[in-house]
Design a binder for this molecule. Structure first.
Ligand code: ATP
Ligand code: MG
Length: 428
């Protein structure tokens, strides 16, 4: 037998049994973003490697060790996108979407990072996100947080905590950097190798370390929030005020610096304790310097990205029910005349019952095996068409959860199915 080829480690098939949950989540997200007036931007999954080096920053986990980078046949260095913010900015500059105007953008799609695969951490994973341009905030900062908060409500997710922080202006950060380096130098002996290196190249990232041995040291470090410039301070206060006004609870986490280099002022994460160390389901912030860094005119930017696998894991963890996409009805056909009529009948039903999901039996089989297929399809009803039904001009409808079978005219069947579909829609 030929050798079976496996998918790549950390990259998973989304199987038919799982895809209803994905469609539900993605559909909810698309509708939600559209409700706020955001429009979709689709960018290629491959970009020039330089785009990510220049935006995300050389001294980050992503650029240092997580990117899928290779040379194509022309010898150009390409990278599978590890995130989408850089791509959105690139597309915005290239297509003249950013200068002197406002944009509210969303995206959804796969991202690629060469990380150690584990629950909630994969090498291909999906993000849905929002990016806004030309709006300096803090009103828009509060709006994008409200969008994410609304998503958790729509999905029925519980126990996700909003953590916020401000990284200030780049000047304030530069001044704080010196204070932090002085503190870290004083405690250098306690630092791990990564942190020692980062202390020199990008000391703020030490605060982002996931090494539990450093937790105490980081907790005691001087806080950026105590060294903010006045404008950033006002921005942060107004942002908090707007969240409070909208009834969105939050906590200030002074250690929140985010893994990427390009953030300024507002940063935030939605965190749960129910997914172990992969507890951040959504993360974002303001990146007013990024557009210029990538060659555009200075333009305010702000966005977030959510990890769809982690949201789905949390839905499962909290036993939240996902609307079914199984057929409402499975059509059984018995005998030659019924097999001729059946496909036509199913088409008529689809024409007349909007939203109906009906599956026709294909490949003739005994009544018993057709019933098995009907059960396996997850349908709520079997519609039966046999010689009797054909002769009498009726169909039989049998609830598959054990109710009574009844004979109906085609019109009555249409009415019945319309009722079934509309009750489902009202409940869901
Ligand atoms: P983490 O600290 O968990 O590595 P991150 O700071 O690298 O996250 P971001 O770059 O901010 O993550 O990406 C935004 C969101 O995308 C994360 O909060 C998470 O929900 C999701 N995410 C990031 N990396 C992965 C991954 N490898 N697998 C699955 N989801 C991921
Ligand atoms: Mg990461």
């Amino acid at each position: 037998m030929a050798k079976i080829i496996q998918s790549i480690r950390g990259m998973h098939d989304i199987l038919p049994d799982q895809s209803a949950a994905w469609q539900y989540l993605e559909g909810t997200i698309r509708t939600l973003f559209t409700q706020y007036g955001y429009r979709e931007l689709r960018t290629p999954v491959l970009e020039s490697t330089e785009l990510f080096c220049r935006s995300i920053g050389e001294v980050t986990d992503i650029v240092e060790k997580e990117m899928y980078t290779f040379e194509d046949r022309n010898g150009d260095s390409l990278t599978l996108r590890p995130e989408c913010t850089a791509s959105c900015v690139r597309a915005g500059i290239q297509n003249g979407l950013l200068y002197n105007q406002q944009q509210r953008i969303w995206y959804i799609g796969p991202m690629f990072r060469h990380e150690r695969p584990q629950k909630g951490r994969y090498r291909q994973f999906y993000q849905a996100g929002i990016e806004t341009y030309g709006i300096p905030g803090p009103d828009i900062d509060a709006e994008v947080v409200a969008i994410s908060a609304r998503l958790w409500r729509l999905l029925g997710l519980r126990n996700v905590e909003l953590q916020i922080n401000s990284l200030g202006s780049s000047e304030a950060r530069a001044a704080y950097r010196d204070i932090l380096v002085a503190y870290l130098t004083e405690h250098e002996a306690q630092l791990d190798e990564d942190s020692k290196r980062r202390m020199l190249s990008n000391p703020l990232r030490v605060l982002d370390s996931k090494n539990p041995d450093l937790a105490e040291l980081i907790e005691a470090a001087p806080k950026l929030l105590d060294h903010l410039d006045d404008e950033s301070k006002q921005h942060f206060e107004r942002f908090q005020q707007l969240l409070t006004d909208m009834g969105i609870p939050f906590v200030v986490n002074t250690r929140l610096v985010r893994g990427l280099d390009y953030y300024s002022r507002t940063v935030f994460e939605w965190v749960t304790t129910e997914l172990g160390t992969q507890g951040t389901i959504c993360a974002g912030g303001r990146y007013d310097g990024l557009v210029e860094q990538l060659g555009g005119k200075p333009t305010a930017g702000l966005g977030f990205a959510m990890g769809l696998e982690r949201i789905l894991l949390l839905l499962e963890e909290q036993s939240i029910e996902i609307p079914s996409l199984a057929p409402h009805a499975y059509l059984l056909m018995q005998g030659d005349a019924a097999e001729r009529e059946g496909l036509k009948l199913a088409e008529t039903l689809r024409d007349n019952v909007s939203g109906l999901r009906i599956m026709s039996n294909c490949a003739s089989a005994s009544f018993k095996s057709q019933m098995k297929r009907a059960d396996k399809s997850g349908a709520q009803y079997a519609i039966i068409l046999g010689d009797n039904e054909i002769n009498e001009g009726v169909v039989s409808l049998k609830p598959l959860n054990g109710g009574e079978q009844q004979q109906l005219s085609q019109d009555a069947l249409i009415e019945h199915l319309t009722h079934i579909v509309s009750t489902e829609n009202n409940n869901g």
